[in-house]
Write a protein that binds this ligand. Structure first.
Ligand code: BV8
Length: 240
């Protein structure tokens, strides 16, 4: 709590665990229904899209529906409130569900894109709305090439500007919170260690956090949707 109250610049990295309490399955949980026989790593790749564009398009359409039916949970809302309670908070997310923006976070870096957007496979033009007929993936309205989700697939480069902003925040913050991520996916997973090596205090909030006691390293074994509001109440008792 003291580190949170004293922090001048908090940087946060979130993963799928933060959206779990909004009903969005995490990446490592077994997929359900039609998708049970696939692992996300098999579907979230350019090769999968080349091999079976309709299947990959329909997987994202299914996830878009899940997200549309979901709402930001108390963890998302607490992070949006925290941004207004500390001098500066940079929220870096691996999630593509847009729930941090819907919760009100503004200094937000979406490292892996956002499934509410699609882009033309040929020209790269990004669309936030598109017509969907029998042909899936739908054709680009401008050139007719297939549209694809505007997310970063495995084997694809992260958006350079977003990555540089994330590295800058991690290396200059005085407190880094890593929340609801298994820390398996690179290069996002390097951010907490970069912050820690740069002298920041590091708090890892996860349901199955490994125990490791080091100075400046806090391991908080809890669900984000319950812990984050409690952290804010304890650190900023006067804040409404
Ligand atoms: C790239 C968008 C380079 C799509 C995603 C080293 C360096 C560079 C690359 C690599 C490298 N090693 C390996 C690679 C390749 C690869 C990679 O990291 N593979 C992994 C699997 C080993 N990386 C890449 O390909 C990246 N590209 O580096 O390009 C390059 C170089 C040259 C030429 C070309 C390219 C691109 C990675 C981005 C992939 N896209 N998403 C989509 O979503 O469909 S990543 C995907 O995984 C999601 O974004 C997800 O967020 C992310 C990470 O998963 P987590 O968020 O951590 O979710 P997970 O389910 O794993 O864990 C949830 C955690 O929450 C658990 O720990 C659980 O305990 C916890 N939890 C659950 N409930 C709660 C909770 N905690 C708290 N409260 C709760 N209630």
């Amino acid at each position: 709590m003291r580190a949170l109250r004293a922090a001048q610049h908090v940087a946060v990295l979130t993963g799928a665990g933060v959206s779990a309490e909004s009903g969005i399955p995490t990446f490592r949980e077994a997929q359900t229904g039609l998708w049970a026989r696939f692992s996300p790593e098999e579907l979230a790749t350019p090769e999968a899209f080349r091999r079976n564009p309709r299947l990959v398009w329909e997987w994202y359409a299914w996830r878009r529906q899940l997200v549309a039916a979901a709402a930001p949970n108390p963890g998302h809302l607490a992070l949006a409130r925290l941004e207004r309670l500390v001098p500066r908070l940079t929220l870096i997310t691996q999630n593509v569900d847009g729930l941090h923006a819907r919760a009100g976070s503004t200094d937000l870096i979406e490292l892996h894109g956002n499934l509410a957007r699609v882009r033309c496979l040929a020209e790269g033009t990004v669309y936030t709305s598109w017509a969907e007929g029998d042909t899936l993936p739908p054709p680009c309205p401008a050139c007719g090439a297939p549209l694809r989700p505007d997310v970063v697939w495995f084997g694809e480069q992260l958006p350079q500007a977003a990555l540089e902003r994330a590295w800058a925040a991690a290396s200059s913050c005085d407190l880094f919170l890593s929340i609801g991520t298994s820390g398996l996916v690179q290069p996002a997973a390097t951010l907490p260690e970069l912050a820690y090596r740069s002298g920041a205090s590091l708090a890892v909030i996860n349901l199955d956090v490994a125990s490791a006691a080091e100075p400046r390293l806090y391991q908080l074994h809890a669900s984000s949707g319950k812990l984050l509001p409690a952290l804010l109440r304890a650190a900023f008792p006067g804040a409404a």
